[in-house]
Design a protein around this ligand. Sequence first.
Ligand code: SF4
Length: 195
Amino acid sequence: MGLLDKKFEKGGVVITSVENVFNWARLSSLWPMGFGLACCAIEMMATNASSYDLERFGIFPRSSPRQSDLMIVAGTVTFKMADRVRRLYEQMPEPRYVLSMGSCSNCGGPYWEHGYHVVKGVDRVIPVDVYVPGCPPRPEALIGGLMKIQELIRVEKFAGSRTEAIEQISLKPSDPETVIKEISASAKNMSLSES
Ligand code: SF4
């Protein structure tokens, strides 16, 4: 905020596209549906609690699919539940996003071979945008996945497809060293343009 305060303390004009404003508003107010399927959901609840404080990203759970734009599939998807997961997904308004959290939801997890009752990946029932690996993933990993969803929304075009946006973010380097270098370089550019 310090940078923004300095830039606008004497008034000013911001020029951007409507698309950027819409995307910025959407990525800054992601509302996941409050539901969980198994142990991964405990980690998801911990991520929402005070230590990790998802609300600082504008992310807080809603209790109705009709008010949600993100579904976090946290836990084992059994054949019995798959039908309900699909129904909840269909009740969410567009544009909607799906994050698959943990091995069970990604591919069947520990049940992949002998679990006759488990769907081997929730992407067999609904389309998934971001996968978070782990059994269970730690809150930091879930936050990383949520930031990927935000990145996806940031690059989405009104006239473009979701697949194009996913391809675009998958081409970006994601190793921490490169990301830190990129952030430092852009911070340096900002302070140079300020002076
Ligand atoms: S991935 Fe592991 S922690 Fe998550 S629901 Fe499956 S068994 Fe539980």
